[in-house]
Design a protein around this ligand. Structure first.
Ligand code: IMP
Length: 432
């Protein structure tokens, strides 16, 4: 039985939560391997009686909602413990059993000073800001790389934790007070805040790499669910306008302890158009009534920050790039219903950069900033497609759109999303 990764193929918010949840009942483990509470999954579940529940998850893997599935927070994640327990308590109040959650002893912890530094650094950068979610993600990963980070396991040893906090605050307080003119953080308050979680945390913490590899040995199915997406990956994204973690298929291995040779399948989630939150280049971005249409019909507001998402047409160049970087075996094309009601649907097939055609992502980031989309215009459709459950039930022009996008994007499209609810999906090829 396989290890499967689910990866965002654009700039995030492609609807990964829904795709994960769709596979959920056949999956034994769902692993979050990167990022933290900068993510936002919305999962809509309709039960047999037609009752609909909407869940917005930021830190927890969406597998937490699937009975019988074990959710895992892997070593590659940065954990805000207050948010973790808030989410767990909110789910428990709604009757969700959260007792199976397992957390890597090696995951890093987001400390209060890093939340502060994330926000003040953005303000300091002014027009050069990244547009981060302000959750302390970047500074916490920076500490990890600098080898001054705090890990989940440190919370179970007060002496070690105090030593580490003393060491890191020697440095951070210089920055906070002298550069940003903020109050210094105290060792006592920082340690106390983290220690308060120790007893509740202890039963959840283990060697998750061992847990997952043993599950694969037993023939169980492990789903690795990326936070953010390919173009936000710290190595492969539109640096520096990226998040600070590895959101691509390689990160699924390093962030979970599952070796590359055990990864059987990579599912790329791609929206039928494109969105982006925060700053950075976005060639197909729309500033006209079509952008407003996509934003309104697609309800394109961040789950985590509530910020409006920037909207644009489908960009096949970045989809092809994501297919290559991740080794995508199947795409799930989401939110096709949002494109209903347009005379023509443009698809970006290549870029024009100063008169030169680029069929692949330009090597140079400045060229990407200046890329002008070259569009193919496909005929639109007006029929309501939200009740279609087979490919044949789609209007001919919607079918042609899916086929055209597939031919341009470097991997087969195995499912199409036609509405927000869990069952509003057309399966074309089996995913497992
Ligand atoms: P950070 O992850 O908070 O450091 O933010 C870095 C960049 O990634 C910003 O442009 C954010 O808007 C973007 N970002 C982070 N998480 C998500 C997400 O879940 N969806 C979309 N964009 C995200």
């Amino acid at each position: 039985m396989p290890a499967i990764a689910i990866i965002g193929a654009q700039w995030g918010d492609e609807g990964k939560g829904k795709a994960t949840d769709l596979l959920g009942t056949r999956v034994d483990y769902v692993v979050k391997f990167n990022g933290g509470n900068n993510a936002g999954h919305t999962v809509v579940i309709t039960d047999a009686s037609g009752h609909t529940e909407k869940y917005a998850l930021h830190l927890l893997p969406s597998g937490i909602l699937t009975p019988g599935c074990t959710p895992v927070i892997g070593n590659g994640v940065v954990v805000d413990l207050a948010v973790l327990f808030e989410e767990l308590e909110a789910l428990e109040q709604r009757g969700v059993d959260v007792s199976r959650l397992r957390i890597s002893a090696n995951a890093h912890v987001i400390a209060d000073y890093n939340r502060t530094l994330d926000k003040v650094t953005e303000r300091f950068l002014g027009s050069r800001r990244i547009g981060t979610t302000g959750r302390g993600i970047g500074p916490t990963y920076a500490d990890k790389m600098n080898r001054i980070g705090l890990r989940i396991q440190d919370i179970f040893d007060e002496k070690i934790l105090t030593q580490k906090v003393e060491g890191v605050l020697d440095l951070k307080n210089q920055v906070l007070t002298k550069i940003y003119n903020r109050r210094a953080a105290t060792v006592e308050a920082t340690v106390e805040e983290l220690l308060a979680f120790a007893d509740r945390l202890r039963p959840m913490v283990c060697d998750t790499g061992l847990l997952l590899n043993e599950a694969l040995d037993r023939g169980e199915t492990v789903l690795l669910e990326a936070g953010q997406a390919t173009l936000l990956d710290v190595d492969h994204g539109t640096y520096p306008f990226v998040t600070s973690s590895s959101a691509t298929a390689g990160g699924a291995c390093t962030g979970s302890g599952i070796p590359p040779r055990r990864l059987d399948q990579v599912i790329g989630i791609v929206k039928a158009y494109t969105t982006r939150v925060g700053e950075g280049p976005f060639p197909t971005e729309l500033f006209d009534e079509f952008g407003a249409h996509l934003s309104k019909v697609g309800a394109e507001f961040g789950v985590t920050t509530g910020r409006p998402r920037r909207c644009g047409w489908y960009d096949a160049v970045i989809a092809r790039y994501a297919a290559r970087v991740n080794g995508v075996s199947d795409f799930v094309l989401t939110k096709l219903d949002v494109l209903t009601g347009l005379d023509q649907v443009p698809v970006c097939v290549a870029y024009d950069v100063n008169g030169v055609r680029h069929d692949e992502m330009p090597v140079n980031q400045s060229d990407f900033h200046h890329a002008v989309p070259i569009y193919e215009y496909l005929p639109g459709w007006w029929e309501d497609i939200s009740h279609a459950r087979t490919f044949e039930e789609l209007p001919a022009n919607a079918q042609a759109y899916v086929k055209a996008v597939e031919a341009l994007s470097g991997a087969r499209i195995s499912a199409v999303g036609v509405g927000p609810s869990r069952d509003a999906t057309i399966a074309i090829h089996d995913l497992i």
